[in-house]
Design a protein around this ligand. Structure first.
Ligand code: KMH
Ligand code: ZN
Length: 276
């Protein structure tokens, strides 16, 4: 498939509404954002939710309501974050799967995360992978550093392919503590992915100012794109991001320039092995 899968990650768990007023934090704001990003060319939404005080939460009732609302209003593939915030306990992160999303993230190892630590013990990763497979939830394997691709190979060798049989990886680049958001690092990952099952696909996102170099490197090596205010809150020097739509529109422009126009949600389901 020659098109580009565009994932929007509109909210994340790190920015506060006070610092970033354009961040979608209510269910209404999230659904409106998702609809508008879908109309522009996004096909997957990577979801973190907030509570009434706009703090990150993994409240199961809210997650279920969010999945239902996104399904009602869009055809997007709904991918819930199982990463949550760095403070979230493993049990709550596993319980995210009970909300029944199409996809969920599965981070392939522990990484320093700014001043924090994003913990992903091996046993926890195995539990996420196997529970997702048992429930037919398609994982997106989040890779913050090169060695995590070797961990993914080990996971698949030992525990088998995920639900849907297709392996999709997201390179999260430029986190302070993880791999840098550079073409060189992306190419190193691309080469390491040759050891993964045939047909493995990848998207990439560059945190902060690495967003543009990572988009260009991903497109030019056959990869897909993830953009959104989870990863980028500055559009250009001195210009805060106005909305997630602004970031999706830029990604669509880059994809068209690369002659790999955005995939529809239906095409994305076929690519990723997500049932309709
Ligand atoms: N918020 C980060 C600690 C994911 O969504 O799976 C983890 C994260 C990855 O964003
Ligand atoms: Zn996330």
């Amino acid at each position: 498939m020659t098109g580009t899968l565009i994932t929007v990650a509109p909210t994340g768990a790190e920015s506060s509404k006070a610092d970033v007023p354009a961040l979608p934090v209510t269910l209404d704001e999230l659904v409106t954002t998702a609809k508008e990003c879908e109309a522009l060319g996004a096909s997957v939404v990577h979801v973190h939710i907030r509570d009434d005080a706009a703090r990150p939460t993994l409240d199961l009732g809210r997650l279920r309501a969010t999945v239902a609302a996104l399904r009602d209003s869009t055809d997007l593939i709904v991918q819930l974050s199982s990463g949550g915030a760095v403070t979230d306990p493993e049990a709550d992160r596993l319980a995210v799967l009970d909300a029944g999303p199409d996809m969920a993230s599965c981070t392939m190892g522990t990484v320093n995360f700014g001043d924090d630590v994003f913990m992903n013990r091996w046993e926890f990763v195995v539990e996420l992978h196997t529970r997702m497979r048992d429930r037919g939830i398609v994982p997106e394997y989040e890779i913050f550093d090169l060695g995590q691709l070797a961990a993914l190979q080990r996971l698949l060798d030992k525990y088998g392919l995920p639900a849907g049989g297709h392996v999709h990886v997201d390179l999260v680049m430029g986190v302070p503590g993880g791999m840098p958001g550079t073409t060189e690092a992306l190419v190193a990952c691309r080469q390491a992915m040759r050891d993964l099952p045939e047909g493995t696909t990848f998207s990439a996102t560059g945190i902060g100012r690495s967003t543009i170099p990572v988009m260009l490197a991903s497109l030019s090596t056959g990869g897909h794109l993830r953009v959104g205010m989870e990863d980028t809150v500055t559009y250009a020097k001195g210009r805060p991001v106005e909305s997630n739509m602004q970031l999706v529109a830029r990604a669509v422009g880059f994809a068209q320039l690369a002659q790999r126009p955005p995939l529809t949600a239906a095409q994305a389901r076929t690519l990723l092995g997500v049932p309709v």
